[in-house]
Design a protein around this ligand. Structure first.
Ligand SMILES: [Zn+2]
Length: 305
């Protein structure tokens, strides 16, 4: 089995919310086995919202959670960092309704988690292993999960913009590949949309310090971190949104032109398709044994013959 994990100690940082522009202090704190990831609003007497599909609410340009009148927005980059570093249980405390955007990527959260350290807990982690394809389409936007022995993501994007026609990437996710190839990829947006967003009271904290802005003739920032930073950021987003399923995934996630609304709707769909997956305690556990068929492990090969 793989033990569940939490943080070794509490750690904090400060930043601003991308959409609200509010200053916010974020603290990551250890939590017991089977707590999951829970957001806590210290400015509202410690009210908590579990990071699960049951509490998704208010998806616009970022993923938000809501429970009664309490909200926490822009949770996806932090969730992607936590799930990718194998943090199953943690309390995320905020004194404002939005997770700080930091530099627009998950890299600062990776730094925080590494500084806090990781602690194993005396309980087995349960992975959600995909047995049959699950898919969801809305117009030309599509997302699906297929059986695979590993967690892999294939993402493709296409825009009607001369600088960003089409990008596609497949990556097998491990802690190392996430940290090196996905976590540093920043949020991006089109300059033509920024004015509209501001008029709607969004992106008030946005700047070239925390987002890649695509103008008519080029990127307004000095440089990209990767040639295909945009599609890498979409992979980061979908990993964070799918964390709302509540278990690490074992399967191949394939998405085309998705966004937070499609990702979150798909997380709900996955949990509804109860016949299409099983929970296992180790990523490469044989499916027959995981499904409760009680094949002795050392006889499994002969039995299948
Ligand atoms: Zn994002």
């Amino acid at each position: 089995m793989h033990p569940q994990r939490t943080l070794r100690r509490a750690i904090s940082c400060a930043g601003i919310g991308l959409h609200t522009g509010n200053k916010v202090t974020l603290s990551l704190k250890p939590a017991a086995a089977d707590t999951g990831i829970r957001f806590r609003r210290s400015d509202l007497g410690g009210l908590e919202i579990p990071a699960t599909v049951q509490h998704v609410g208010g998806i616009n340009l970022a993923t938000g959670l809501a429970r009664d009148a309490v909200r926490v927005d822009t949770v996806e980059h932090l969730l992607a960092a936590l799930v990718s570093l194998g943090i199953d249980n943690a309390i995320v405390e905020l004194n404002s309704p939005e997770v700080p955007i930091m530099d627009g990527s998950a890299a600062p959260f990776i730094y925080l988690i590494n500084e806090a350290g990781v602690k194993p807990l005396p309980a087995a982690r349960q992975y959600l292993k995909v047995l049959r394809p699950i898919s969801l389409a809305r117009g030309d936007k599509r997302i699906a999960l297929y059986p695979s022995d590993h967690f892999k993501v294939t993402y493709s994007i296409s825009f009607d913009h001369p600088l960003l026609r089409h990008q596609s990437r497949t990556i097998r996710l491990t802690e190392e590949s996430f940290v090196e190839e996905i976590a540093p990829a920043r949020t991006f947006g089109f300059l033509s949309e920024v004015e509209m967003m501001r008029q709607q009271g969004l992106a008030l904290g946005g700047s070239l310090e925390n987002a890649v802005v695509i103008g008519d003739t080029g990127v307004l920032n000095n440089a990209l971190r990767f040639d295909d930073e945009f599609v890498r950021h979409k992979i980061l987003d979908v990993i964070g949104d799918m964390a709302l399923v509540g278990h690490p995934l074992i399967g191949h996630l394939v998405a085309h032109r998705g966004g937070h609304a499609l990702h979150a709707a798909f997380a709900v769909r996955v949990l509804e398709e109860r016949e299409a997956w099983t929970l296992v305690e180790a990523p490469l556990q044989p499916v027959a044994a995981a499904a409760g068929l009680a094949l002795p492990a050392n006889n499994a090969a002969q039995t299948i013959n």
